[in-house]
Design a protein around this ligand. Structure first.
Ligand SMILES: [Cu+2]
Length: 412
């Protein structure tokens, strides 16, 4: 018995421990591998500054491109509404501006697959703490899809937080406290009405059992006999009083705020960024994932239509950057949770001369495949992948192009 108890307690605490750790990791790894690789490519995410005091403004910007290999069974943002948001634990910031390609993104919009978009969101710090912040795109019927996260810190005191805006009628209001007094007053009023109603019926205790016995004695057809004239009058007074209170509250509100507009739900249109021309063209020849080596190998046919030699510098998938050190140098992680494999990308024959068409082989290798649970890709019913490739030319100009398609696992 004693042993059973101890084992039970141990198992229980283990469960809590595991869940606690998962919650801390923000759920970045919880979604299916194929889904994370083939929905949104996010890159160049920048958060500045990373440490602010209450009332100061943080800017988060970057780029995203919906994958052309978006899974068919999931709604995509070209056919459903999408909304750009921020993933942080609770209302620790207020958003003061949000733009995609310069267009205000207060409302929802559509994004074309395979096109590139620039975003910039400005947030005002509200609650002190340290938070892992992600850009998020919520797609109707699909859900939120997150970009890579970065740690930010807010210091100071929330009491000093101010969120003043000027309304269309020229009035300056503080959104932190706007209408709070009325909200509190009306809640108290309705709670009081509810309590008074309950007090009337329960004023002579006990209530339930004696009345139940009385119903039994009278029979169900005569149960109404227990309701006296006084009860009827009180009921009518309450009913009438509540209707009058509701009507009065409407009149009062109308009088207090004569000009109101409904919440705006219309959608906005945003044009994608212009393409980069066909400077780089690729054709995927073969893709293999070698499970024991955590190694992803892709054979590509690359055509360089530009006038400068190009090299492949980065392979980005599921928010993990596999970097080619030969091209990019020593890229430093932004913080301890930045998903970057500094030497994760090795490319054979990595120099494509202008006008040349050449077959290259890339290998993306790192333990991150395992820790970020991407190896489960081989168990998906459609073993398909997608990734963003970044090529660099002699002048350091960058070209991004998405690669994707069928992937074959190898087990030895
Ligand atoms: Cu996170």
């Amino acid at each position: 018995m004693m042993y059973k108890k101890i084992i039970g307690i141990l198992l229980l605490s283990l469960t809590f421990f595991t869940f606690g750790e998962m919650a801390f990791a923000h759920g970045e790894r919880a979604q299916q591998a194929g889904l994370r690789m083939r929905t949104l490519n996010w890159w160049d995410i920048e958060v500045t500054p990373k440490k602010v005091t209450v009332n100061e403004v943080i800017t988060i910007k970057g780029k995203f491109s919906p994958s052309v290999w978006w899974p068919k069974h999931m709604a995509n943002p070209s056919e459903r509404l999408a909304y750009l948001n921020i993933g942080v634990p609770g209302p620790v910031f207020v958003r003061i501006d949000s733009r995609v390609n310069g267009v205000p993104m207060i409302r929802s919009t559509h994004f074309e697959l395979g096109k590139t978009y620039d975003f910039e969101i400005k947030l005002k710090a509200r609650t002190p703490g340290r938070y892992h912040m992600h850009p998020v795109l919520s797609v109707h019927d699909t859900g939120p899809i997150i970009g890579s996260g970065q740690w930010v810190e807010i210091t100071g005191d929330q009491k000093n937080f101010e969120n003043k805006v000027t309304t269309l009628t020229g009035e300056v209001i503080d959104l932190e406290t706007q209408g709070m007094k009325e909200i509190a007053t009306w809640h108290l009023f309705w709670v009081a009405v509810g309590l008074a109603w309950m007090f009337y019926w329960f004023r002579k205790l006990p209530v339930l059992m004696p009345r139940f016995k009385e119903v039994e004695r009278l029979g169900p057809l005569h149960a109404n006999d227990m309701i006296s004239m006084k009860d009827m009058v009180v009921g009518v007074v309450f009913f009438g009083g509540i209707l009058i209170a509701i009507a009065a509250s409407y009149v009062w509100t109308q009088n207090q705020y004569p000009v109101t507009t409904p919440l705006q739900t219309g959608e906005v249109e945003v044009a994608p960024l212009p393409g980069q021309g066909d400077v780089v063209q690729i054709k995927m020849l073969d893709a293999r994932y070698r499970l024991p080596g955590r190694s992803f190998k892709v054979d590509l046919e690359v055509t360089n239509n530009g006038d400068s030699p190009i090299r492949l510098g980065e392979f980005l998938t599921a928010n993990i950057r596999f970097v080619n050190r030969d091209v990019m140098g020593d890229v430093q992680p932004i913080d301890e949770q930045d998903l970057i494999a500094k030497e994760g990308l090795v490319v054979d024959d990595n120099l494509i001369q202008p006008g040349e068409m050449r077959k290259i082989t890339l290998r993306a290798e790192d333990a991150l495949w395992e820790t970020m649970r991407l190896t489960s890709l081989v168990y998906d019913p459609d073993s398909r992948f997608a990734a963003m490739l970044f090529f660099f030319d002699g002048e350091g100009k960058r070209y991004h192009i998405e690669v994707g398609g069928q992937m074959m696992p190898t087990f030895s």
